[in-house]
Design a protein around this ligand. Structure first.
Ligand code: TYD
Length: 215
């Protein structure tokens, strides 16, 4: 069983149903004696949570949106994620940079090369061997057809700036997640999020067991 810090992110279109599984994983890791840092993006620190409220609610253009999510990410990484990994925690992060490629890149059509540049700048951290680009050790992608996600979300709550988007937007977001996975297949666990909650949970748990992180 791995003892050092582990960084796991969770992704998927709105309505894919990540939350209950993230909570359940946190509980399972704790039961197995691990310290867990449960966090999210946009957000995760007081500064980044303030940026989150703007990104989700205030009208702005795609570049402003991309810069704000990366600004929040820098703070979140330095104040929360890196210290947690140094302590040896399991960091469970509800969304990370793949969401930026999916939503700002795929959904909004923002320039992917600029996102890649920002990714390299923002995620540059110091390690024992010098500077490197921090990435999740594993990204659990809850893959769900946008049509089904839309049905699940119907009437759930007052939609934010993303949840209010049309089906076409989420089709682009889903396609962008797929191409992010194709670029780094070893980092991803693609979960069929269309099954029952228990089936989805079994698949999530298995992905972590297969990596030797859960018994
Ligand atoms: P979400 O996980 O859906 O939060 P909640 O479950 O509380 O609604 O995330 C909020 C939204 O932020 C989601 O619609 C995706 C969007 N988002 C981006 O557009 N870019 C990003 O980089 C991130 C991290 C999230």
């Amino acid at each position: 069983m791995t003892v050092g810090g582990i960084f796991i992110s969770f992704e998927g279109i709105d309505g894919a149903g990540k939350s209950t599984h993230i909570d359940r994983l946190a509980q399972m890791f704790r039961e197995q004696g691990r310290q867990v840092t449960l966090t999210r993006e946009p957000g995760g620190t007081p500064l980044a949570e303030r940026l989150r409220a703007m990104v989700l609610n205030d009208p702005m253009d795609a570049m402003t949106e991309a810069l704000l999510v990366f600004a929040g990410r820098r703070d979140h990484l330095l104040q929360c994620i890196e210290p947690a990994l140094v302590r040896g925690d399991v960091v469970l992060c509800d969304r990370f940079t793949d969401a930026t490629f999916a939503y700002q890149g795929g959904g909004r059509g923002f320039d992917l090369e600029m996102l890649s540049t920002l990714e390299r700048w923002v995620q540059a951290v110091q390690g024992q061997g010098g500077e490197f680009t921090r990435q999740p050790d594993l990204t659990v992608w809850f893959d769900l057809a946008p049509e089904i996600a839309a049905q699940r979300l119907q009437g759930a709550r007052v939609p934010d700036r993303f949840e209010a988007q049309p089906l076409e937007f989420f089709k682009r977001v889903a396609a962008a997640y797929q191409s992010r996975m194709n670029q780094s297949p070893q980092r991803f666990a693609q979960i069929d999020a269309g099954g029952t909650r228990e089936n989805v949970w079994d698949a999530v748990r298995l992905a972590l067991v297969n990596r030797g992180w859960l018994a």
